[in-house]
Design a protein around this ligand. Sequence first.
Ligand code: MCF
Ligand code: FE
Length: 433
Amino acid sequence: MRSQNLIGASRVFVCDEGFCVIKDGGVLYESIECDETSGHKKHSQEAKILAVGKYEDLVREYPSAEREFWHDSVLLPSLVNAHIHFEFSNNTTSFVYGDFGRWLDSVIAKRDDVLSDITKSVQEAIALQFANGVGLVGAISSYGYDMETLSGSGLRVVYFSEAMGSNPGAIDALFSDFKARLGQSIAHKSELFTPAVALHSPYSLHHIYAKYILQEAKNLKTPISAHFLESTYEREWLMNGSGYFYDFFSRTFKVPNPKPFYSIEGFLEQFVDFDNVLLTHCLFAGESEYKIMAQNAYNIVTCPRSNRLLNNTYLSFLHMQGRKDSDFVPNIALGTDGRSSNADVSLLEEMRSMLFACPQVELDSLAQQILKMATCNGAQALGVKSGILKDGYNADIAVFEIPHITHSCQEALQFILHAKEAKRLLINGKGII
Ligand code: MCF
Ligand code: FE
């Protein structure tokens, strides 16, 4: 069964390369429902955008489409939260902020308490994604505790089963646990749920274990995520084998004479044959690492509030600004990280924080860049055809009421300042709100 729908608003943000804004615009999308009868009966639905343009033109061209128009509103692709840990949604005040080492020590000491009985807080975090107009997330799962809740939620999810472990004697046991989690996520695979693989970080993952994990990812052609160069401690450890992580392994884990598992370049080189590589944070990457990332089409995910809280700084994407040399400019997406390193998982708050955290960048251009990071860049990083209003793309659409938006010539900026709660949210053409 096919049905066509038209949705319009006073302003439409296409979220394409040039950040095109359509006045009184609309999006025509088509939903196709089918019952596949191969083996057992399975119901599937797919909704794709067919046309984008002036609302009135689309009404004329598609007179039989069901339609809705939102006044005083902005319509845009539903937002993309490219890095979030739902499993840590119970946390409020358990972890220490202001220094990455103190944070990590506090996570190791307190995580068991935070990780118990998470279902309700995961449901609340999902509801908050919807209220924020988020239609797609890159969910990092360390334990698989959030899998059931996410897979049936209606949210579009790229689900990264995360691997972590530095003890060579434990690799077999860790790998079999990882394969069990990955196997469960594959069993949940659907139009909205994509299994994927995360390597926690260069400091927490044995290089032999990483090889096994990457082989799984290669077989399944999944996206890959890793936390990378988040702290000065991590950089010092990878470059010199000294500092916080030396003490961490020798004192906390009683490893005699510990050594890093990778060089910085060695860690990056592991991913050259993969298509969707997401490196989160990259706060202490320099020109040479940016170059490797850009040349291999790796994506950066930045989580500004988490970065301020754990490492007292922000991704310096300033030096990439206005640089036409695309060799040095990786695609940058936006994430909230988890409540393990943030006050909440609101992407709209993250966008506002980022706006205020980059005073060096011209305001209107920054606002447009943040919106692209939270839509097209995020979807591109995750390998999902959402995040742009364009024919053939998923009908993942959000509408926000922004009073008097039609009076402004700074629509992107005013959106970031005033968007509070989605009035309408479609994921795969289905009305979530
Ligand atoms: O992105 C932040 C900071 N960097 C690293 N890890 C995490 C972050 N938020 C949550 N985590 C999790 C990670 O997935 O904390 C644990 C892992 O489960 C840290 S390793 C003991
Ligand atoms: Fe994280």
